[in-house]
Design a protein around this ligand. Structure first.
Ligand SMILES: [Zn+2]
Length: 394
């Protein structure tokens, strides 16, 4: 009797899960858009785009990825929004972004912070997440189960409709944005290079090597201030201490990323980075143990030790070059210098993925057919079909 009841319960759970999958398939995946992607193509041009020319004197430390208590405690975040923002303001930050899932939080009154409305997008099982920066509305659409490259492109495009900048978050986590995708995806602006959940410079190099002009963002991705805060941040060299100044710094690449162990001082900054002719030179405010220049496909181009500077002669076959450095407990990432035509970087590499109408239609038909087949199977499991058939025979 007990076993029979157990089977009944298990069957109930199984049917419920199938019903959920059916609903998800119909509601989300029937809206699938299939894209033709511009092929990966290394940056090219006789000029160098250098994001650190004429650096403004003011630098602003920002964190755009922090989760507070939200949605009645359903999501992972322990502090109140006010406590989180106050802690960052007290630690000298200019922006303390509240990136709760699908929720744009209002700024905490009375704090000397620049407010940038944002939210983290994505409730899918593989943690394919995006940060919607300077968002004026929330995009609720997601593909909650599996995602193809086209699904991820669709989501980027959808989020971008209501946000000034889109950042691909923690790409390695649960393979949320595989390297094979980052060679194709377009239309986003920034990528997280370091958070509490990993190091992602390799994924960044994949996008850069494919000719996608993506700049860095480094964030705590804190879910609890006491444990995960103040050790990974972005410094923006901004023309003004306001939203426009910060956004301009991020999108033009006038920013550096810093990762810092709790015990370290982490007070080394970039003084200057210039490209004169083909000569790249970077100067830091203090000695670093190791500095390196990284290029196409993540190859190391040169390195220096125990110095505050590095120089490298850019070669004809270098589409981009980026500098990073480290010393006890601190790592610094700089944005790349990029080959271009000398006019407008974003314009030149503005290659949007094109919707493939035929494939989109065929996939949508397949989704509907598959969903109906699943629904049919659920009916059989429920015993509805069997009862009907027997009735006919009688
Ligand atoms: Zn996330």
């Amino acid at each position: 009797m007990v076993i029979k009841n157990l089977f009944k319960v298990l069957k109930g759970i199984w049917i419920f899960l199938l019903l959920v999958i059916f609903t998800v398939l119909i509601l989300s995946y029937s809206q699938t858009v299939i894209y033709d992607f511009p092929p990966p193509k290394p940056f090219a041009g006789s000029h160098w785009y250098s994001p650190y020319e004429d650096l403004p004197a003011d630098r602003f430390r920002i964190n755009l990825h922090g989760h507070s208590r939200a949605w009645g405690g359903l999501t992972n975040g322990a502090d109140t929004p006010e406590a989180l923002q106050r802690a960052y303001a007290d630690s000298g930050y200019t922006v303390a972004g509240l990136s709760n899932y699908h929720k744009i939080s209002p700024p905490t009154p009375g704090l000397d912070l620049v407010d940038i409305p944002l939210y983290e997008h994505g409730y899918n099982v593989f943690k394919s997440h995006r940060l919607a920066i300077d968002a004026h509305d929330v995009s609720w659409f997601d593909y909650p189960l599996f995602q193809w490259t086209s699904h991820r492109q669709h989501l980027i495009d959808d989020v971008k409709k209501t946000a000034s900048l889109v950042c691909v978050n923690h790409p390695k986590v649960r393979n949320g944005h595989p390297k094979s995708d980052l060679r194709l995806l377009t239309g986003y602006d920034l990528m997280e290079v370091r958070t509490a959940y990993g190091w992602f410079a390799e994924w960044w190099d994949t996008a850069l090597s494919a000719g996608r002009p993506v700049f860095l963002l480094v964030n705590d991705d804190t879910h609890l201030v006491a444990r995960q805060s103040f050790w990974a941040w972005t410094v923006v060299y901004g023309k003004s201490r306001d939203k426009a100044g910060i956004l301009d710094g991020l999108s033009s690449g006038a920013a550096i990323g810093v990762s810092c162990e709790k015990w370290a001082r982490c007070d080394v900054y970039l003084d200057s980075l210039t490209v004169k002719g083909d000569r790249l030179q970077a100067f830091f405010s203090d000695t670093l143990e190791h500095i390196q220049v990284t290029g196409q496909d993540g190859r190391q181009l040169t390195e220096s030790f125990n110095t505050d500077r590095i120089a490298y002669t850019l070669q004809d076959n270098d589409p981009y070059a980026r500098v990073s450095g480290s010393r006890a407990g601190q790592v610094i990432w700089l944005n790349p210098v990029i080959r271009y035509n000398g006019q407008d970087l974003k314009e030149q590499y503005n290659m949007s993925a094109q919707r493939n109408n035929l494939l989109t239609f065929l996939v949508r038909i397949a989704v509907v057919v598959l969903s109906l087949a699943l629904f049919w199977w659920i009916l059989i499991l429920l015993g509805v079909k069997r009862a009907r058939i027997f009735k006919k025979k009688e």
